[in-house]
Write a protein that binds this ligand. Structure first.
Ligand SMILES: *Cc1c(COP(=O)(O)O)cnc(C)c1O
Length: 405
């Protein structure tokens, strides 16, 4: 085999080296540019920067050398034409949605969503005259039936937070495109390593960098990956003028986070598979959801669409809220926290935290019952995590025995 100079680099190499742009000092690690503004050699150069004839930096609400490295690295990993960074994942989701619509337009969304994504669609969009239809995201016929002549956008998370429900991305992309609409996929749970929505037909992919990209629970951030025209004509002016800019410090943390993303996601996913299997053997666990477990309702789609089952496992504990709280209170290693994608294993009770604002009927329709828990599997030893879940199970058993007496 001969090596070609222009051979594409493997994503694992891009995670470490993509977008690297060293200063004349030749620093090994990516430089952190904590500067809000930039100086010009002459008034003529300043004028050319503002017209775009001179490609340098203007102001850190627009861009910054550290952010430019991160955007380029993420763009290369995703294989997208354009990448735009935001202060949080929700800022990325909101920008990706709002840049597609105007008053009188219509959005179709899967109903299985992170609480804040649901809030934007259910509460903010209607205030500006944008109608939203929520569909059962697992049902392609329901998607097809929901499109109207004025539908501009289809939105989904796959896997969805917290139920891990999947959407057939290729199927929905085909339906959306047939209706002249575009598909935005929130790919936070799968990460760019386990699922490639654009290869399946999605037009835009959004991330919360807060999750696996940082991976050590330090910084908030978001990213929008899209085609060049949408990025330049819609996303870029929207972000520049409304101002949800990522801090340079956070961009630097995410650059370092990306270096270990593949290692972390691989290990956490392998552990999540073992944890999922162990949960099926605990008598107080009435339901376990993990996309690459053969019991998963959309197992075939999960195998087709995702390279692995992700770092998240969801399950239901018998005994409603009392059972779930007894389970959580017995844990010694796994922390109770609503973050995810962290090196530390974190568990949350969605119906009283991340999804408490969702109407109860909607929650129950998604299977987010009072006994439902979402576990983000971290980098601890699998046996320690399983021992902790066995502790939770014992606490629920004790509760049931008390109640029976
Ligand atoms: C956390 C999360 C978001 C929001 O990201 P933030 O960085 O917290 O704003 C969006 N979508 C999904 C699926 C998430 O899990």
């Amino acid at each position: 085999m001969t090596a070609h100079d222009d051979a594409p680099l493997d994503p694992e190499t891009l995670l470490v080296r993509g977008g690297l742009n060293r200063t004349p000092f030749g620093e090994t690690a990516e430089a952190l540019f904590l500067t809000s503004g930039y100086v010009y050699d002459s008034p003529e150069q300043a004028a050319r920067r503002f017209t775009g004839e001179d490609p340098g930096f203007v102001y850190s609400r627009y861009s910054n050398p550290t952010l430019a490295m991160l955007a380029e690295r993420l763009r290369l990993i995703e294989g997208a034409e354009s990448c735009h960074l935001t202060a949080s994942g929700m800022a990325a989701v909101y920008a990706a949605m709002v840049c597609h619509v105007k008053a009188g337009d219509h959005i179709v969304s899967a109903r299985a969503l992170f609480g804040s994504c649901h809030y934007i669609l259910a509460n903010i969009m209607p205030r500006f005259g944008v109608e939203v239809s929520f569909v059962d995201g697992t049902d392609l016929a329901a998607w097809a039936a929901a499109f109207r002549p004025n539908t501009k956008l289809a939105f989904c998370e796959s896997p969805a937070n917290p139920t891990l429900e999947l959407v057939d991305i290729a199927g929905v992309a085909a339906i959306a495109h047939r209706h002249g609409a575009r598909l935005v996929v929130d790919n936070v749970f799968a990460t760019p390593l386990l699922q490639r929505p654009m290869a399946l037909g999605a037009d835009v992919v959004v991330y919360s960098a807060t999750k696996h990209i940082d991976g050590q629970g330090r910084c908030l951030g978001g990213a929008i990956l899209c085609d060049a025209a949408f990025g330049k004509d819609q996303i870029e002016p929207f972000l520049r003028h409304t101002g949800p800019a990522m801090s340079a410090f956070n961009a630097w943390v995410f650059l370092k986070g990306l270096e270990t993303l593949a290692l972390r996601v691989e290990r956490m996913t392998a552990t999540a598979g073992r944890v999922a299997e162990a949960l099926t053997r605990l008598p107080t666990v009435s339901r376990m959801l993990y996309p690459h477990h053969p019991s998963f309702p959309q197992y075939d789609l999960a195998k087709r669409q995702m390279a692995a089952g992700s770092t998240l496992v969801a399950f239901e504990v018998a005994g409603g809220r009392g059972g779930a709280f007894a389970f959580l209170s017995a844990l010694r290693t796994i922390d109770i926290s609503n973050n995810l994608g962290d090196a530390k294993s974190l568990i949350t009770h969605p119906s009283t935290t991340t999804h408490r604002a969702m109407p109860e009927a909607d929650r129950l329709a998604l299977g987010i019952t009072e006994g439902f828990l979402r576990l983000s599997v971290g980098l601890e030893a699998a046996d320690d995590l399983i021992a902790d879940l066995v502790r939770g199970n014992a606490a629920v058993l004790a509760l049931h025995q008390q109640a029976a007496q």
